[in-house]
Write a protein that binds this ligand. Structure first.
Ligand code: AMP
Length: 551
C-alpha cells in the first residue's frame, strides 16, 4: 500500500492554476466566479483533481485555507457528472462536521457553489436540533448532499429516516480532530456500520492526533495525504500591519473619525480586551449612527453563531469582539467524561469563519503574541487582502514591540508594523464629540446593555418558546425592556457636519456636493454591506486614505 504524502508549500509553486484548468462544470465555474474567487487556493489546487480521480484523501489544513471548497467543489462536480447518466435521485454525498455552527458554514458554502445548479444538486443541513420527524420529509426527498453532525446523523439512521447503504458515494468528515475532542468517537464508529462497503472518503483535520490516525485507518483506503504547512499569518504583501499611537482617551475619537470619514472601508472586526469594553464601544458608536454587532465568550453559542452569521451575511459591517482567546473553543470539551460537556453540538469557535474581513482593528492591543496572530489571522483569508491596524497606548508599546520582534523572525523581514499617520489635532471636532459620547456610556449603561442582551437571548431561546406560549404576559414584560436605550441617542450626532471634516479630506471626499450621501452611507452601512462586501473585496480593502500624509 503506497501512501502518497504531499507537503504543500506556497513558495515551491511555480504558477497557480486557475479554476478553468480543473475542468469543472460551467455552472460550478460561474458560481465560483460569482463568489469572486479568481484562482484556487493551494489546497484546492491539489485536492480537487485527486478527489475527482476518486482517491481517498486526508487534508491537513486549518480554516482559512479554503478547505471547505476543496472538498465541496469536486463533490458537486462528481454529482453533476453522474447525473448525466444516472437519473435516480439518491443521497450521494455525506458531510459530517462536529458542530451545528460548522455544519451551517459548510452548508452555506455548498449552497453558494450550487447557485447555478440548485435544481440538479440539492443539499440540506439536518444538524439543527428540531424534531427528528420534522426533518424526515426533507430526507425523503433524497437530497444529493446531507450536512450533519455525527450525533444527529446516528439518530436519523437508527430511526430509519435515512438509508445510505446503497446510495452513498462520498463521505467527507471535516474537523476530524475536533470530532474526537467532542467525544463523538462512538457515534462515528456506529455511523460507519450504516454505510456501504465501498465509497470515497475524505478526512479533513487541522492536526493528526492518534484518534485521527485511527479513523484514517478505519475509513481511508490508500489515501493521498495533503499537508498544508501554513505560516501563522498571510505574508505582509497580503496582510498589512499598521500601528497608530493613541492614548486611551483618544482611541474612541480616532475610531469614530476613521469610520465616519470612511478611512476604513470594508468589513471590519474591532477587538477589545474585555466583555465590558465590547458593550462600551458598541454603545459609543451607536450614538454616532454606526451599527455594530457583538461577539464575546459570555454570549451563548447560538448568539455567537448568530452574530457571526449576521456579520457574514452583511447585516452588519462591523463586529466588536472581546479577546479572541476567550472566543477560542469557549466550551472546551476535553475528555468524554468532562462534566462541562452540555451541548456537544454547539460552541465550537474554531473553524468558524468570519468572511470577507477587510480590516482587523485592535482597539486594545492584544495581551500576547498568539492573541495578535489569532486576531490578525481573521483577515487576509484565502487569497484576500487584509489590514490589521492596532491602536497602541504607551503602556501597550512593550507588547507591540515583542509581537513585532517575533513576527519579524517568522516573516524574515526588517520591519513589520507600518505607522498609520494620523494627526489628531486635525479632527478636533470629532475628538470633542467623542469625549462626550464616551463619557455618556457609563458603567450603568454598560451593565444595562448586558442585561438587555441577556433578556433578548431569553426571548430568542427556542426551548422557552412553549413556556412563553403559555405565559404571554411574561414575554410581554421582557419585550417592554427591548425599547430600553441605555444611552440617550442624539440624532444630530449621526451626521458629520462639514466644519469638523479635516481640510485635507474635504476635496478628496467632494464634501459639499456629496456630503449628504456620504452621511447617509455611513448611517446605513449595514444595509449596503451585502453589495459592498464583494466590492470591498474586489477593490483595495486597505485603509484607503491617510490623514495628513502631507507634512
Ligand atoms: P475555509 O478554509 O474553507 O474555511 O475558507 C476560508 C475562506 O477562504 C472563506 O471565507 C472562503 O470564502 C475563502 N475562499 C475559499 N476559497 C477561495 C478562493 N479560491 N479564493 C478566494 N477565497 C477563497
Amino acid at each position: 500500500m503506497s501512501i502518497n504524502e504531499m507537503e504543500l508549500d506556497e513558495e515551491n509553486e511555480v504558477k497557480p492554476k486557475n479554476f478553468h484548468e480543473l475542468e469543472l462544470d460551467d455552472r460550478l465555474l460561474k458560481a465560483i466566479a460569482k463568489l469572486g474567487w479568481i484562482e484556487p487556493t493551494l489546497i484546492q489546487e491539489k485536492a480537487i483533481p485527486l478527489i475527482l480521480e476518486g482517491k481517498d484523501i486526508l487534508i491537513r489544513a486549518r480554516t482559512g485555507s479554503g478547505k471547505t471548497a476543496a472538498f465541496a467543489i469536486p463533490l458537486i462536480q462528481k454529482i453533476l457528472v453522474n447525473k448525466r447518466t444516472q437519473k435516480k435521485q439518491q443521497i450521494k454525498g455525506l458531510i459530517v462536521a462536529p458542530s451545528k455552527e460548522l455544519c451551517k458554514q459548510i452548508y452555506d458554502v455548498v449552497m453558494f457553489l450550487t447557485i447555478k445548479c440548485y435544481r440538479e444538486v440539492r443539499v440540506i443541513d439536518i444538524s439543527p436540533q428540531t424534531d427528528l420527524n420534522a426533518q424526515k420529509p426533507l430526507l425523503n426527498e433524497m437530497p444529493d448532499i446531507i450536512v450533519v453532525t455525527p450525533g444527529r446523523l446516528l439518530q436519523h439512521l437508527k430511526a430509519g429516516n435515512v438509508m445510505l447503504k446503497h446510495s452513498l458515494e462520498t463521505l467527507i468528515i471535516d474537523e476530524a480532530d475536533l470530532l474526537f475532542s467532542f467525544g463523538y468517537e462512538n457515534e462515528i464508529k456506529a455511523v460507519l456500520t450504516y454505510l456501504p462497503t465501498a465509497y470515497q472518503a475524505i478526512l479533513a483535520s487541522a492536526t493528526l492526533s492518534e484518534d485521527v490516525k485511527d479513523l484514517k485507518k478505519l475509513i481511508l483506503h490508500n489515501p493521498a495525504i495533503l499537508k498544508l504547512e501554513e505560516p501563522p499569518l498571510a505574508p505582509p504583501t497580503q496582510l498589512a500591519h499598521y500601528t497608530l499611537a493613541a492614548e486611551e482617551t483618544d482611541k474612541a475619537a480616532i475610531l469614530y473619525a476613521l469610520l465616519k470619514l470612511h478611512l476604513i472601508r470594508g468589513k471590519t472586526i474591532i477587538f477589545v480586551n474585555t466583555v465590558d469594553r465590547c458593550y462600551k464601544l458598541k454603545l459609543f458608536l451607536e450614538q454616532f449612527g454606526i451599527p455594530t454587532c457583538i461577539l464575546n465568550s459570555e454570549l451563548p453559542a447560538t448568539s455567537r453563531c448568530r452574530a457571526v452569521s449576521q456579520f457574514n451575511s452583511g447585516t452588519y459591517d462591523i463586529i466588536i469582539a472581546s479577546d479572541e482567546k476567550a472566543l477560542e473553543e469557549p466550551h472546551v470539551i476535553k475528555t468524554k467524561k468532562d462534566k462541562r460537556r452540555k451541548d456537544k453540538e454547539s460552541g465550537v469557535a474554531r473553524g468558524i469563519d468570519f468572511q470577507f474581513v477587510s480590516n482587523v482593528i485592535n482597539f486594545d492591543f492584544p495581551l500576547d503574541i498568539n492573541s495578535y496572530i489569532h486576531r490578525a489571522g481573521r483577515t487576509a483569508r484565502g487569497k484576500n487582502q487584509g489590514t490589521a491596524l492596532s491602536f497602541v497606548a504607551i503602556r501597550e508599546r512593550p507588547m507591540m514591540e515583542k509581537v513585532e520582534e517575533q513576527l519579524k523572525c517568522t516573516y524574515n523581514c526588517e520591519s513589520l508594523f507600518k505607522t498609520y499617520l494620523f494627526k489628531l489635532e486635525e479632527v478636533e471636532g470629532f475628538r470633542y464629540r467623542a469625549k462626550d459620547g464616551w463619557k455618556a456610556v457609563t458603567r450603568i449603561a454598560v451593565r444595562e446593555a448586558r442585561l438587555k442582551e441577556i433578556r433578548q437571548e431569553v426571548i430568542n431561546c427556542e426551548k422557552l418558546k412553549s413556556y412563553f406560549e403559555d405565559n404571554p404576559r411574561d414575554l410581554q414584560s421582557l419585550r417592554q425592556d427591548k425599547a430600553l436605550h441605555t444611552v440617550k441617542l442624539q440624532p444630530h450626532l449621526k451626521d458629520v457636519p462639514e466644519y469638523i471634516v479635516p481640510p485635507t479630506l474635504k476635496g478628496i471626499m467632494g464634501i459639499g456636493k456629496r456630503k449628504r450621501k456620504f452621511d447617509r452611507d455611513a448611517a446605513s452601512s449595514g444595509a449596503t454591506a451585502v453589495k459592498s462586501r464583494h466590492q470591498a473585496r474586489a477593490s483595495n480593502p486597505l485603509i484607503s486614505l491617510q490623514i495628513s500624509t502631507k507634512k
